[in-house]
Design a protein around this ligand. Sequence first.
Ligand SMILES: Nc1ncnc2c1ncn2[C@@H]1O[C@H](COP(=O)(O)OP(=O)(O)O)[C@@H](O)[C@H]1O
Ligand SMILES: [Mg+2]
Length: 490
Amino acid sequence: MFGKRAALEPTAKPPHPGAPADVARLSPKVEGAASRQPPKVDGVASAAPAGLQPSAKTPVFVPDSRSEDYYQVKTTIFSALIDSIDLAQLAQLDPDSAREEIRDIVNEIISIKAVVMSIAEQEHLLQDICNDVLGYGPLEPLLARDDIADIMVNGAGRVFIEVGGKVQLTSIRFRDNAQLMNICQRIVSQVGRRVDESSPICDARLLDGSRVNVIAPPLSLDGPTLTIRKFKKDKLKMDDLVRFGSINEAGAKLLAIIGRARCNVLISGGTGSGKTTLLNTMTAFIDAEERIITCEDAAELQLQQPHVVRLETRPPNLEGQGQITMRDLVRNCLRMRPERIIVGEVRGPEAFDLLQAMNTGHDGSMGTLHANSPREAMNRLESMITMGGFQLPTRTIREMIVGSIDVIVQAERLRDGTRRITNITEVVGTEGDVVITQDLLTYEMSGEDDSGRIKGRHIGTGIVRPTFWERARYFGLDRDLADALDKLQV
Ligand SMILES: Nc1ncnc2c1ncn2[C@@H]1O[C@H](COP(=O)(O)OP(=O)(O)O)[C@@H](O)[C@H]1O
Ligand SMILES: [Mg+2]
């Protein structure tokens, strides 16, 4: 049934370049393999000039050679291919052999139908068709790129990507919504789930760890909508954050001390502001001897320590059963003799359990939370606890927050697409019903340069004795702390 075999082409990936990372006194005890390449920051795109004129919101169009004609030829050849092979049988083959089979048949179809194509076009077409049949179709070239943070598919005709903090429209298209739906189906079936009209919402994960959300019609009105948060194999390190200006050197040192001295930390920020990345970066300063338990909705963290237990929540199955929530995990964690508990994202009643854990000897625990300021982060914690059905007076909840959280780190994605740490804030105590906080570091914006990049600097607030001073001293880090705070003032 299948055609003859042609010579195989090697598909070796280029080796990953890497250079040893700087190792300072406070650098991670357990070092990662290699430092990562800086992500390509989109140099061309720039925000509209400052001022109050309406910003030009037309998305940047990424040029691509694929024309309307190309799609037509592809559809013709694709239909002929489907007619001549058994896709189910093809799926049984290993990817290389399957590719070869497709190559042979497509070549044959091209010559029978007398399609005029250059060798390069033919190669391109073949690649495209193989991606459709064997992989994630038009998404493949995007998935292969490491500089993309998010892929957003709004129906077959519109695919956006986020590169360097900027959202761009691409020229990638799906044949139609049915093809897109097929690919969504293929993705979610890998985690044993199904997406269709009767269950139109689904979370899944790609084999490389990327997080996927699908929402299909009738809920999404213009075709299946697919959102992919790409998994970055080489997570950013504190050095990278300094290099990108997300934090300055002294601020990075302060974060390192906070991580090492077992402060309880909450990382707050909007979607895509870099919370998880920052959490991952901060875990690098945890001592290699500590037993760490991580709880996540989809495992994203990459801890380098030897003694780590990774837990993941589970959505209910098709019958609506078997769900394991974040709260279940955090509570179970407490029976696992953790030294630190790391919660990927605190969204609900698990907030209560995390605070309790922080309060009862699991100091150095960390988590992220969705909020736009440290103050809002605390309000969110409070409302998560209230909404979780805990009948506690406001005052008690606030005291609990103050007793548990030492530091809130605020991450933000600025309007020029850059990600910055905008506050390192201490939770100091309560005065009456009010929680008192103090900033140790803030980010001061001073304007924009010609290309629309925001100018600003990280600066200390003059605090010389943070409340975790004694804690830092206990870990022999008081001098470093004084030094870092000192440097933040200049
Ligand atoms: N400081 C930073 N500088 C540049 N890119 C960053 C930075 N922090 C995070 N990113 C990138 O931004 C994307 C979203 O980051 P992530 O940490 O997952 O955000 P969040 O958890 O807040 O939704 C990722 O692709 C990540 O690599
Ligand atoms: Mg996250």
